[in-house]
Ligand binder design. Structure first.
Ligand code: DSN
Length: 501
């Protein structure tokens, strides 16, 4: 019997053979020999992603080159340490990979130093926190003791250092104002290892209030002043944050995971470019940046030696295959094509926000400067975010619910939907499609009601969707996606027949 690859090659004229598709078939064929269910899941995920409009603000579609760089033997190598300073033999090639990724990151963002090992944004933030603690607390304690080796401290000295490390202050954006879990939220280790205080957005405007942040920072005197967000629709003035950090003697750290692509693509420049102003900047690599799932840290030279000790400080062995994919993604991001993409992503967000508002939807802060917006659906439709998220999914749109500042519906049910343009922009959509997406969102919300509980009151989780609305929305989503096909090199019908049936 022929293999899928043999079938494809024999059924396709040589001039029509698509090398990217050949390598996908070959890879899936290998996987299917051992684990056909996993090959099937890969194909089903392609089908799922092709059938739903992706408006999740933190997701994107990376290139097939990035994917190929991740799927190979680089995964086999241990390389604890950092380039030219490893705890394993035979790391020369991994040194080359890591150095290439770090150099590309430095060039892309104009950073003094880059550390490309973190496996996720949460890991990157932990490494950054501990690197700052090492530089600002541990180093001075060691200097006072005239010691350089932690192992040589007495039990008493070690305990006193531990207490000191565990008693430092962090000030970041409140979770409900759009800050991330790792920015000092009590459910996360960040609030347990630091004495943490949050600043919020202004209750009336929904915007960051720099004078108020300054007042709080001068009173609280954090070791680390943290800026950045997961759900804030506006640009940040990092020059102003730098001034505040300098006034209160804090290290300025920025988590740019969400908007790194807008920095790389030169949409956010000058005062809006965090790399120019912060001491330490972290970012994931898979959101607007459009690389593999992972993260990096950029920092000023003063913090480089501490950041480089991320493994063993926090991390296990680096993922060489993912660092390779980061290098590819950073090279892609240094092209004019990527800069155009970043500008279109912002223009699309603005167009989508304007159209949503024109249709009567309520947007947090009245619009957006970046790649995302927050729609207050409790205000206009009496729905929780969870209900809105479920309704959209049933109608062919994936997005996530999000709490709004001071949200009375809390973090689980929420009152808002977070909507982002990174993925649809990668597909090639523009202003006309944003208009259509806004219309579909409005159609679905208008056609959705909370289901009633046994007591006849509106449920917070369950919904009833008008069947005509659902059919119409699905048809319109499918028409859009039919014109902007995800990974057009991949023949889904062929893959489904051979691996997912
Ligand atoms: N999960 C990311 C987001 O969706 O923003 C943050 O970790």
């Amino acid at each position: 019997m022929s293999t899928p690859l043999q079938t494809y090659l024999s059924d396709t004229a040589p001039e029509n053979v698509n090398p990217a598709f050949v390598s996908y078939i070959a890879a899936l064929q290998q996987v299917a020999q051992t684990a056909p269910e996993i090959a099937a899941s890969v194909v089903k995920e392609l089908a799922a992603q092709r059938s739903h409009l992706k408006l999740i603000a933190s997701e994107n579609y990376c290139s097939l080159a990035v994917q190929a760089a991740m799927g190979n033997l680089l995964t086999d190598k241990y390389a604890e340490g950092y380039p030219a300073h490893r705890y394993y033999g035979g790391c020369n090639n991994i040194d080359d990979v890591e150095t290439a990724a770090a150099e590309e990151a430095k060039a892309l963002f104009g950073a003094q130093h880059a550390y490309v090992q973190p496996h996720s944004g949460a890991d990157a933030n932990l490494v950054a926190y501990w690197a700052i603690l090492s530089a600002k607390v541990e180093a001075s304690v060691l200097a006072e003791l005239g010691e350089t080796n932690l192992s040589k401290l007495t039990d008493e000295q070690w305990e006193s250092l531990r207490q000191k490390l565990g008693n430092q202050r962090l000030m970041g954006l409140d979770y409900y104002s759009g800050g991330h879990l790792t920015h000092g939220y009590r459910q996360n280790v960040s609030a347990r290892m630091f004495v943490s205080r949050s600043y919020t957005v202004n209750r009336e405007t929904g915007l960051l209030d720099y004078d108020e942040i300054e007042k709080q920072a001068l009173e609280f005197k954090p070791l680390i002043l943290l800026a950045g967000y997961s759900a804030y629709p506006r640009a940040i003035n990092f020059r102003r944050f730098r001034e505040i950090a300098d006034k209160c003697g804090a290290v300025l750290m920025v988590d740019m995971a969400h908007f790194a692509g807008l920095v790389a693509g030169k949409v956010f420049t000058g005062d809006e470019d965090p790399v120019k102003w912060a001491d330490v900047v972290t970012t994931t690599t898979h959101k607007t940046l459009r690389g593999p799932r992972g993260a990096i840290i950029l920092c000023r030279s003063e913090f480089a030696e501490y950041v480089n000790k991320g493994c063993p400080l926090v991390l296990g062995g680096p993922l060489a295959h993912v660092m390779a994919a980061k290098a590819v993604a950073f090279k892609e991001a240094r092209t004019q094509g990527y800069q155009d993409y970043a500008h279109r992503m912002q223009a699309n967000a603005r167009a989508l926000a304007a159209e949503c508002q024109a249709l009567g939807l309520k947007l947090q802060t009245g619009g957006t400067d970046n790649h995302l917006m927050l729609i207050d659906i409790a205000a206009t439709h009496g729905l929780t975010g969870r209900q809105g998220e479920a309704a959209m999914f049933e109608c062919g749109i994936t997005l996530n619910r999000n709490s709004l500042p001071f949200d009375p519906n809390g973090a689980w049910w929420t009152s808002g939907l977070r909507v982002g343009t990174p993925a649809v922009t990668t597909l090639g959509m523009g202003a006309a499609e944003m208009k259509e997406i806004a219309a579909i969102i409005k159609l679905v919300l208008d056609g959705t009601k909370p289901a009633l509980t046994d007591k006849g009151t509106p449920a917070r989780g369950k919904i009833v969707i008008d069947e005509n609305v659902k059919a119409q929305a699905k048809e319109r989503v499918s028409a859009l996606l039919g014109r902007f096909v995800l990974y057009p090199e991949l023949d889904l019908g062929f893959l489904t027949r051979h691996f997912a049936q």
